[in-house]
Write a protein that binds this ligand. Sequence first.
Ligand SMILES: Cc1ncc(COP(=O)(O)O)c(C=O)c1O
Length: 467
Amino acid sequence: MKYNGTHLFQKIYDYAIHRIESGEWKAHDKLPSVRSMAEKMKVHRLTVLKAYQLLKDQKKIYVKDRSGYFVRPEGLQTIDPSDNPIVSSFLYKNHLSEIHQIEVDYQFSKALINPNLLPNHFFAEFLKDVLLKEPEMIGTYSSLEGDLELREQLAAFFAEQSDIHVHSDELLICSGSQSMISLVAQTFLKRGDMVLLERPSYSMAIDVFLREGAQVETVDISPTGYDMEEIEEKMKQHRPKIFYLNPTFQNPTGYTVPSKQRKQLVELAEKYPCLILEDDTQYDMYFEQKPPAPVFAYDTEGYVIYLRSYSKYICPGLRIAVAACRYPLMKHLKIAKSLADNGVPLVNQKMFLPYFFSERMQLHIEKLRIALAVRKELMEAELAHSNWRWQSPDGGLNLWIQLPDRLPVDKLLSLALKNSISFVPGEICDPLKENRSWIRLSYSFVSESKIQSGVSKLLELAKEIET
Ligand SMILES: Cc1ncc(COP(=O)(O)O)c(C=O)c1O
């Protein structure tokens, strides 16, 4: 991220406050000197001084003449973080969930599958049988890495379906891929480390990396993928610890990175040692053609952590996802997972296993692809009456749309919410928070009939603003 003066100051403030709040810096501990902090964080000394001054004004630290700054005993507990604009905007922010919490009739902000598109009744019947056959599973913990049978079957399935060749020991079952993004960030990053993100990117991943105190650099993603020279330049110059990417039907854009670039990415990760976190949550949601093999398929040296989630389109109630990586990385991930939750509930895994591999389930995925393609086409047909621009995706759940210059996103969003329509403003998907002209419209949650009426209403509101 190109920090301007304000951002730099917030970075220092954020760094210190996290340490105080987490207890890493205890009461009466001495803070790093202004000079050493400025050198460490590569900022001017005045910036550090300004941040320390604010901490002092807020009674989180105190000064001893000539000795420096120290943590005040009461620290943060006396202050409600939501009262402080810097704390509330930089600690534990989840921009997407704030929008999702707004109740509206037309939910174009939720990139979730409408529950009516999932075979819930069939699944309920199925669950009863599984439970009755193996009731002892309720009284048993799962192993840390996840049920062996499930991992073995997933390994075989990956080899057949996605050119991924893994041993069951290279798989770790997790509860939704979001938990794994967070765990990877916690495990492999230190505050101030550099992370490379696609621009735009999945909003809840951006928020995870910011929460960890990462510095952020970006590379644009376009309908043809990345500019590989730009990536190499950024890796060379900034030495990011992690490159987080979502290369298949990317959220929010729907763009897919081509095979050649996937292969080159692994080469770059090896050349400038950088961990690639490949988030492949939408892999199965293609409309016609299967997407290219994942980046992970090219990883022989252990630079990629691959995430595949089944929480969205199989059964959100079970939230099964899986992480794949080679041994040295897996060792660290397992330790981190043991400290975080010690494994996913066994019942969820045992129920997922036969259901996922059943014929009915595979049929369901086929039907779901068609249902999503129809919804996408309905939305595009309605949008064709506007001068909005987008690239039609080959899979996924969203349209990434550029609005005309004279239609400000914030005005449209506020008018839309008043009229019970929500969507995601592009700004929250932008790690640099500068994007002012794009929006994400999801077609997966709203019913077919509501897609037409909702988009038509939204276009009318846009006209109101433009005229
Ligand atoms: C790109 C991306 N990654 C991760 C997630 C989180 O998925 P899960 O439900 O598996 O936690 C989502 C959900 O929207 C997503 O779009």
